[in-house]
Write a protein that binds this ligand. Structure first.
Ligand code: NAD
Length: 670
């Protein structure tokens, strides 16, 4: 390498050559940095060098790295026992020494003292607040949390934590650097102990500690239960693997900075005092031999269930959103990546009702007398769905802050449609575009997202589709730029796919046809299960008068809903009809005066939700929608199978009991 190129190579220093430090050093080496790896222990340095070389060799064996690159990277690695010497030229310094404040304080103060004035300094702390550590760093504006996950070379997630004094530009710079390394950085926007992933995991860690403290089940019984659920390790085997001292220290730290109840766990503390630290000492909850835990055979415990753990995660995720630590999307991504899971707490929260989460949390809170398990404020107030869908507004925030949150919520979620949870299991989606709510590709895209986001939300049973203002929608936006025939086909197919979803979504959909309901707007209404109209609505298919034809299912659904004659008449003449006419033709089921249609439609939606069992409704609508597409024999077979599904629902039992007890049923969608 010539001297010019050598001069261009960037320099990084990693302090602490342990489990994490050697992996972090390897990441910088792979990305072409000159790396100084520093430790007080020379053996640790030599061991790290060996581990890095072994890891790089694996990349060579898999053909992902050339042998000459391996040699170059290893030549770029320097080992040192001197912080002072190794930090002085570095552009970025990452501290990865043990999770003890006094050690980190000493290392950070020396590193920042001898580093270049503009060197970025990151800490790989698992839990300690960045603001607390920043007091040991000179010029703390350049200091942030850089929380890698184990093993750092493999795990994509890096939590980048902003301390109170961290400069936004530094956060952005490291964010871009990590992106350029192929990592998936997540910005943690408010300093909190444990950041995202470890904070989400903290209550369940405490939960399992309290389960053994209270002798509810033996560790091996719970671990057997966890393995039955498909987890590779149960919680106690995992604690042993991580190190009981590490677990205990984390819980003690959380007891000081989050809630004293984290200090309640006794068993783990006693094991640590006895020197039983888990895998590293050969004995923890279990004995360890040859790197494996010897777990006594046991039947899976029935004293815990999956929902216990899931609601604790949901609760903590909600607290993080309330505290404005991260957005729901970032929390979901961080947990999926950090814990190698197919889904995170936001997905779980979407599939549970506020009542289910709240009652389970209250049960755990009372059973263990533990404040940590108490429902978060918004769950207490029934606002779980608002929080996870980004519509949360803290009460205490000022006008400016509220406006910002509102702006964030709309910009991150929807710009052209509005979603309102109206309570009693009813969601209203309003198309909200200037001048008659024309359907542009953006509106179709957002409708698609909205339908997907509500698909598994068990709190929502009825979806009302309407338009903001006095019109439903006057049709597709013909000012949309369409480059060629192929793009036109795709615009049409996209709408078809989205409208088909409306026919399949397991909820009752109601179209509120008011004002102009033309072309694409009419097609959208036809894709809903129930249609109501204002008496003076202007309904029709004017497409052929423009040289087009009704797309998005328009030529198909109207004929199936009414008859060939009506469809041919409306489409081939392009004539417009009123809501009253549509009622006579069997296109709509109710007509209201335009002055009351908004209220009457919601009243109807709430009435359906209060009188009818949602699972039965979801199955019935699907069967009816398929009726025109499949032969009678198949439809009847599906119908019988649906009875088998309903047989096991709580709602069927409730429906029959209420009939005999002469009372109104209280359906719960289970
Ligand atoms: P480790 O014990 O494996 O390594 C720490 C290294 O720091 C050791 O080699 C030790 O000799 C060295 N060291 C101690 N004092 C030092 C000093 N004054 N100067 C220089 N070197 C010193 O620890 P680890 O598991 O790599 O954890 C490091 C940090 O990363 C901790 O803050 C930990 O919480 C965090 N972390 C760990 C994991 C994990 O899975 N192990 C995951 C994420 C974050």
């Amino acid at each position: 390498m010539d001297s010019l190129k050598q001069a261009e190579i960037k320099k990084a220093t990693v302090i602490g050559a342990g489990e994490m430090g050697h992996g972090i050093a390897e990441i910088f080496l792979i990305n072409g940095y000159n790396v100084y790896l520093v430790d007080i222990n020379e053996q640790a340095l030599l061991k790290s060098k060996q581990l890095i070389e072994e890891s790089l060799n694996k990349f060579v064996e898999r053909g992902k790295l050339k042998p000459e690159d391996l040699t170059r990277f290893m030549n770029n690695l320097k080992l040192s026992t001197s912080i002072e010497e190794s930090v002085k030229d570095a552009e970025i310094i990452i501290e990865a020494v043990p999770e003890k404040i006094e050690i980190k304080a000493d290392v950070l103060s020396r590193a920042s003292k001898f580093a270049k004035a503009d060197a970025i300094i990151g800490t790989n702390t698992s839990n300690i607040k960045i603001t607390d550590l920043s007091q040991y760093v000179s010029s703390p504006w350049r200091f942030l949390g850089t929380h890698f996950f184990n093993p750092p070379v493999i795990m994509k997630l890096v939590e980048l934590v902003k301390g109170e004094k961290t400069d936004d530009k530094i956060l952005d710079k490291v964010y871009n650097l990590m992106k350029s390394f192929g990592k998936e950085p997540i910005k943690v926007m408010k300093d909190t102990p444990g950041f995202i992933v470890n904070r989400i995991s903290a209550p369940e860690l405490l939960f399992f500690c309290l389960v053994v403290d209270q002798n509810l089940a033996k560790p091996e019984e719970i671990d057997a239960f966890a393995k039955e659920q498909g987890l590779p390790m149960g919680p106690y085997e995992l604690m042993d693997y991580v190190g009981l001292d590490v677990v205990y220290d984390s819980l003690l730290y959380f007891s000081k900075v989050i809630s004293p109840d984290y200090g309640k766990c006794k068993t783990v503390g006693e094991l640590v005092k006895q020197g039983r630290l888990g895998k590293k000492s050969g004995y923890g909850f279990y004995q360890w031999s040859g790197g494996k835990a010897i777990i006594p055979k046991a039947a899976a415990s029935d004293k815990v269930n999956l929902l216990d753990v899931l609601v604790l995660e949901v609760n903590e995720a909600v607290k993080l959103i309330e505290e404005k630590v991260a957005t729901p999307e970032d929390i979901e991504t961080a947990v999926k990546l950090g814990l190698n899971r197919p889904f995170g707490p936001i997905t779980v929260a979407k599939s549970l009702t506020n009542d289910e989460v709240k009652s389970k949390l209250l049960e755990l809170y009372q059973k263990f007398n533990c404040e940590v398990f108490k429902p978060a404020k918004s769950i207490e107030e029934g606002k779980l769905k608002d929080v996870i869908e980004g519509r949360y507004k803290p009460e205490k925030s000022g006008e400016k802050e509220k406006a910002e949150i509102e702006q964030q919520a709309t910009s991150s979620a929807f710009k052209f449609i509005r979603l309102e949870n109206l309570g009693n299991h009813v969601l209203r989606i309003s198309i909200d575009r200037p001048k008659r709510n024309f359907l542009s590709p953006d509106v179709i895209e957002e409708l698609d997202k909205a339908i997907e986001s509500v698909w598994n939300d068990r709190d929502i049973w009825i979806v009302v589709l309407t338009g903001a203002g006095s019109d439903f929608s006057a049709g597709a936006d013909l000012s949309t730029y369409i480059a060629d025939g192929m793009q036109f086909i795709e615009f049409s197919r996209k709408g078809e796919r989205v409208f088909r979803k409306l026919a399949e979504i397991p909820k009752v959909t109601i179209a509120e046809m008011k004002g102009y309901v033309l072309g694409g707007g009419f097609e959208l209404a036809l894709a809903c299960d129930i249609r109501v109209a204002s008496s003076d609505a202007i309904i029709g298919f004017p497409e052929t008068t423009l040289g087009l034809l009704p797309g998005w299912g328009g030529t198909q659904r109207l004929a199936k809903l009414t008859n060939m004659n009506t469809a041919l008449w409306l489409i081939l003449t392009g004539k417009k009809i009123s809501g009253e006419d549509a009622l006579k033709l069997g296109i709509v089921s109710q007509v209201y005066d335009k002055s009351v249609i908004d209220d009457e439609t919601i009243k109807l939606a709430k009435e359906i939700a209060s009188n009818n069992a949602p699972i039965a409704e979801a199955l019935a609508k699907r069967l009816i929608n398929k009726a025109t597409e499949v032969p009678m024999d198949i439809g009847l077979e599906w119908e019988s199978t649906a009875f088998g599904i309903l047989f096991n629902t709580e709602d069927l039992k409730e429906g029959i009991s209420s009939l005999f007890e002469k009372r109104k049923p209280n359906f719960r969608g289970r």
